[in-house]
Ligand binder design. Sequence first.
Ligand SMILES: O=C(O)CCC(=O)C(=O)O
Length: 266
Amino acid sequence: MTDTYVVTEEAKEFFRVNGYVHLRGVLATGEVDEVSQVYDRFMRREIEVPGKDLNDMTTGEHNGDPSKYAVVNVMLPRRYFPEWQGNVFEQRAASIAAQLCGEGMVIDFDQLLAKQPGRTDAVFEYHQDQAYWIDTGDRRTATCWLAVDDSTIDNGCLQFLPGSHLHPIRPHRPLHGDRAESHTLVTDLRPDDVMVPVPISRGDITVHNEGVLHFSGGNASTDSWRRAYIVAFRSDDTVRQERLAGFTHSHNDDIGVLGKVDGLRG
Ligand SMILES: O=C(O)CCC(=O)C(=O)O
């Protein structure tokens, strides 16, 4: 297979109208197997990730055994495992981002999110990613979310509110107390909102926009991890503005010129 993935006109239109899209078979079975092997090395701490860039998103714990965490969160795996830079997922995701959003899209961050079987508390609350981020003039975003395992309703697949990206960002509040206590932001559904679950197979991806409201439920399955590998693209200008403002996706970065604006999701 090549480094490109052809997005149909129908899929482009679906993304434009709904703020997300499901693309099938972006990685072949053997390619996902290779991703999975590196993923397991992160989970066994064979690849070193200092500090909170490997944490349990439910508890904030970061020095324990990841195989016991409810949601294993690795920020910036490509920083800690440089061999992943330019890997087949990054290449196909870059081609997809260009087809969906146009030229000038660059990687803003990457992330691993794995939900432990039997952890019904492994929930991502209703939110819009933009609520975590600084405002810039260029709102183009393609967050490419690869299913490393089949992602099902039972094990906590993503669920979207179609078209919500076409409206102003809703008010968000910290899940518990203030932002120092709880990094996680949450918004409320309105009476007419109908969330759409998007179960996808191993090797498929969803792509979502920064404005689309989404969430995912806990992992109620008894034996299936729900592992995702995310590569998020934004415009080169937006990423440059973020970095200038000290906006970072790592817990380990120095405070920038204007102070650290907390863009971390976990
Ligand atoms: O993996 C999940 O369940 C949530 C991920 C998410 O909210 C995101 O990628 O924006």
